[in-house]
Ligand binder design. Structure first.
Ligand code: LR7
Ligand code: MN
Length: 564
């Protein structure tokens, strides 16, 4: 095996040199003296056509035979036949708002840029086009380097042959590391003042870099995202992404695009202006090297794919930074319906594990909502997170409730009917529902009847006491409450109840009835039927006592308010 491999490498090196000669020659035409920067209009994207005239056929035809298999989707989950038929430096429509073209940026003031591209078994044509688009559409004086991280692709020459391109440095993992650790490795070996992460099947568009760098100049602790256009997986048409969207997620911690809130949309009158986003829109973003290092890079415990975008974003927001979208920066990405590569530990397990790490480190008491949405996560091992917890401690980060309140209130409650949810707090005291006692055998026979009788004398089996305790962020559902539109204060299937007989506040299975109806009066919670207010005077007992203005023991706040 060895001699054959050596021979093959010699051949590859020769090919790389040929490719490089072409490109360096072309690139030298416009790469000026380093650091001699000038004001550039964002309409001129720096070095143009650094790659034009290069016959990439050699590189492409050397690709794995599997690229030419019968099913053009089999290996990459996009149409590789169409991908291969397009030039590495094909023109794409300029999808920016026309006003973006008039913006001027002072390059002298901007950071130098490293682009980190990691790949595992990427199609050669899309990988090459990604690099060429960067070389052709980035001001040469700003582009410090492109670090290409080959994450243990089957054929080392996929990356080796590109190592001769201008500014490109190749790093190869002999063992598969997954995208998070690969990006960390790439960032570590890059030299620029700011780092941009990019997938291996992208095309950056005209003037893409300067709006990102200029946003970073104004806010060095920002993670700045471009708008992501669509490269069609069937036709490779490049299409502008339509509406203005930000990055978000649901309680299962699945990424999703979300519209701006009405308020955000109303205050945004300039289509070129930057807007805030709860999470990085996928994994394409710019970050200052210093802030990247302060934030502890990516969690090194994240495997293959998934959740690293949430980890980075929650960390950024909760620890004093931000995430923003610069709409004048456009980058196309080939979206596809499945992962074209293997997961050593299985796709579902890996994603669940990564998500659980994020939930455990960053979600505090709200991790319960994640577990309720993805119950199998509770069975999933997730490795050691002590390093990440220590990092959070060291950085003195805000809690997740702060994030929900201030950054992503539009995530909404897990129950769509809730107006407010989370802990029901009074300073560092929290209302706490006890676990229901184990149901008697008799009671199990008539669960529905029990439900109906809630609030009356029945339903004892599922009732529980309510107390006032120190707020915790630990396990257990006892401190999670929701306030519904109908005026119920819920904990799972049970509701905060006042019986006619006394002042005690209890939990009974929810049922439509006056004993479970509450209304808010400022920060007080008033039980409608009795006119009494939730009170902590005799803590740890939670009681309903006559309402009195400005009585501290009657002031309650939910962690998250969903009403403006
Ligand atoms: O083991 C691996 N090693 C790798 O180097 C697995 C993947 N990779 C590379 C891969 O070759 C690709 O370049 O990592 C990159 C991302 O993987 P994709 O393209 O298979 O995944 P994706 O397009 O679904 O990626 C989105 O979600 C990921 C979650 O972990 C990352 O955040 C990606 O950056 C993200 N892509 C984008 O944000 C592009 C815009 C789409 C959106 C949203
Ligand atoms: Mn991708």
């Amino acid at each position: 095996m060895r001699p054959r491999r050596a021979l093959r490498l010699v051949a590859l090196t020769a090919a790389a040199t040929t490719l490089a000669a072409f490109v360096v020659l072309n690139a030298s035409v416009h790469s000026g003296v380093r650091r001699q920067r000038k004001k550039v209009s964002s309409g001129v994207g720096g070095a143009r056509n650094a790659f034009s005239g290069v016959d990439a056929a050699g590189y492409l035809s050397g690709g794995r035979t599997r690229d030419r298999e019968h099913d053009p989707y089999a290996q990459h989950a996009f149409n590789v036949r169409v991908a291969n038929s397009l030039q590495p430096d094909r023109p794409i429509p300029d999808t920016r708002h026309p006003r973006c073209r008039g913006l001027d940026f002072d390059e002298e003031e901007l950071n130098t840029l490293s682009v980190v591209v990691t790949f595992h078994n990427e199609a050669r044509s899309t990988l090459l086009r990604t690099l060429v688009s960067i070389l052709n559409r980035t001001p040469q004086d700003l582009l410090e380097d492109i670090v290409l991280v080959d994450d243990a692709s089957d054929d080392p020459s996929d990356g080796l042959l590109l190592a001769g391109l201008p500014k490109v440095r190749l790093v190869r993992n002999e063992q598969r590391q997954g995208l998070a650790r690969s990006r960390v490795r790439g960032a570590d070996s890059s030299k620029g003042e700011a780092i941009f992460f990019l997938d291996s099947h992208c095309e950056v568009n005209q003037g893409w870099a300067t709006p990102l760098l200029d946003t970073l100049r104004q806010n060095p602790r920002s993670l700045v995202c471009p708008v992501i256009d669509v490269i069609d997986q069937d036709t490779f048409d490049y299409r502008a992404s339509g509406s203005v969207l930000k990055g978000g997620f649901d309680w299962g911690l699945h990424f999703r695009w979300v519209p701006l809130t009405e308020e955000e949309a109303a205050t945004r009158t300039d289509p070129t202006s930057v807007y805030r986003s709860p999470v990085v829109a996928g994994g394409l973003f710019l970050i200052a090297r210093e802030w990247w290092e302060d934030l502890g890079k990516y969690d090194p415990g994240l495997e293959v794919w998934g959740a690293e975008n949430l980890e980075m974003s929650l960390k950024a927001w909760q620890c004093g930074g931000s995430v923003e979208v610069a709409p004048c920066s456009r980058v196309g990405h080939v979206f596809r319906r499945r992962h074209p590569y293997t997961f050593p530990d299985g796709n579902a397990n890996t994603y669940l594990r990564n998500s659980r790490r994020v939930a455990e480190v960053w979600l505090d008491e709200f991790s319960h909502f994640f577990y309720e949405t993805r119950p199998s996560a509770l069975q999933q091992t997730y490795g050691d997170i002590s390093g990440r917890k220590a990092l959070r401690e060291r950085l003195g980060c805000q809690g997740f409730s702060w994030y929900l309140k201030n950054i992503y209130p539009d995530l909404g409650a897990p129950s769509k009917h809730d107006l407010a949810y989370g802990q029901l707090q009074q300073g560092n005291l929290c209302l706490q529902g006890a676990e229901p006692p184990k149901p008697h055998k008799k009671a199990q026979k008539r669960p529905h009847q029990g439900d109906k009788q809630a609030g009356h004398s029945g339903g004892e089996a599922a009732s529980a006491t309510v107390t006032v305790q120190e707020c915790t962020s630990g396990e257990g559902a006892g401190q999670r409450w929701g306030l519904t539109q109908e005026g119920s204060v819920t904990q799972g299937e049970r509701c905060l109840t006042v019986l006619t007989s006394g002042k005690r506040v209890l939990l009974y299975p929810c049922a439509a009835g006056p004993r479970q109806r509450w209304q808010r009066q400022g920060r007080r919670l008033q039980h409608i039927a009795s006119g009494l207010c939730l009170d902590s005077t005799n803590a740890p007992d939670a009681q309903a006592l006559p309402c009195r203005d400005a009585l501290y023991s009657q002031q309650w706040d939910f962690s998250v308010e969903l009403q403006a």
